[in-house]
Design a protein around this ligand. Structure first.
Ligand code: SAM
Length: 241
C-alpha cells in the first residue's frame, strides 16, 4: 500500500491492522471460550479487529496508558466500549498464575529495555495456562531500503520515550532466545510482509504523529521528501507454554 495524502493514512492503517490481526490469529490454536489478553493494547488499533475475529472469546486489554500513551485509554474505550480493560504494568502483572489462554501483543516489547523484556516474558509465561500461547508482532530492526531505514532513524529521534529505548525492536533471533529462557517451547518466527509506504505530505503527517525531536526534520526532511518512509516487515513470533 502506498499512501500519498494525509486523508489516506487512517484507512490504510486500519487495513494494515485488519490484515495483521487475521495473519496473527491464523497462526495460533485457540480453545473454546478462551481468555485472551492483549498486552500493550494502546488505543485499540489491533484490538478492534481481534474482537471481530474472536466474538466467542473474552478479550481483555492490558496497558499502562502513561506518558505519550496516556490518551490511548479514552481512544480505546471510545472505540471498543464492551471490552474489559486493565491498567497495569506488564512487568508486574496483576493477574493470577495460569489464568489466560492466549497473550497477544503488537509493538509492545520495542518499548521495553532488554532486561524488562525478559521480565515481561517471564510474566506472560506465569499467567498463561499450560498449553497456552504467546504471540507477538514487531517491525523488523533490519531495513531493506532507505525508506525503511528512515523509519528506524525517526524512532531514534523520539522526543518522549516511555522507558530506556534500547532498540528499535527486538531482533527475532534474540527474542526467540528470550522466550526460550522464559520457558516457552514450539517457538516459530514468521514474517508479515504487507508493505505500508507513505510519500509526500502523508510521510510528514505520519511522522508528526510520532512526536519527534526537531533535529530529525532538520537532518532528514529532504530524504523523506525524496524517498518517503516505509514500515519494515513485521516479525511475528509465537510459542507455547
Ligand atoms: C507502540 S504502542 C503499540 C500499541 C498497539 N499494540 C498497536 O499495535 O498499535 C506500545 C504500547 O505498549 C504500552 N506499554 C509500554 N510499556 C508498557 C508496560 N510496561 N506495561 C504495559 N503497557 C506498556 C504503551 O502504553 C503503548 O500503548
Amino acid at each position: 500500500m502506498i499512501i500519498t495524502e494525509r486523508e489516506g493514512i487512517c484507512p490504510a492503517l486500519r487495513k494494515y491492522y485488519s490484515r495483521l490481526a487475521r495473519f496473527m490469529i491464523a497462526l495460533v490454536e485457540i480453545p473454546e471460550n478462551a481468555i485472551i489478553l492483549e498486552a500493550g493494547c494502546g488505543d485499540g488499533a489491533l484490538t478492534c479487529h481481534l474482537l471481530s475475529l474472536l466474538p466467542d472469546h473474552v478479550v481483555v486489554g492490558y496497558d499502562l496508558f502513561s506518558g505519550v500513551y496516556e490518551e490511548s485509554l479514552s481512544a480505546l474505550t471510545g472505540a471498543v466500549s464492551q471490552m474489559r480493560v486493565i491498567r497495569g504494568d506488564v512487568r508486574t502483572m496483576s493477574l493470577h498464575t495460569e489464568s489466560v489462554d492466549l497473550v497477544i501483543s503488537n509493538e509492545l516489547l520495542c518499548d521495553l529495555s532488554r532486561n524488562d523484556t525478559q521480565v515481561t516474558l517471564n510474566e506472560f509465561y506465569r499467567i498463561l495456562r499450560k498449553g497456552g500461547t504467546f504471540i507477538h508482532g514487531c517491525l523488523s530492526p533490519y531495513p531493506e531500503t532507505r525508506a525503511q531505514e528512515l523509519v528506524l532513524l525517526a524512532d531514534s529521534y523520539s522526543a518522549d520515550p516511555l522507558f530506556d529505548h534500547e532498540w528499535f525492536s527486538p531482533p527475532a533471533d534474540e527474542l526467540a532466545g528470550m522466550v526460550h529462557s522464559a520457558g516457552f517451547r514450539q517457538i516459530s518466527v514468521t514474517y508479515f510482509s504487507d508493505s505500508l509506504k507513505f510519500t509526500g505530505d502523508a510521510a510528514f503527517c505520519h511522522l508528526e504523529e510520532w512526536v519527534l525531536k526537531p533535529e530529525f526534520f532538520e537532518k532528514y526532511s529532504s530524504e523523506v521528501r525524496a524517498r518517503g518512509i516505509e514500515y519494515p516487515m513485521e516479525q511475528v513470533i509465537h510459542c507455547c507454554k
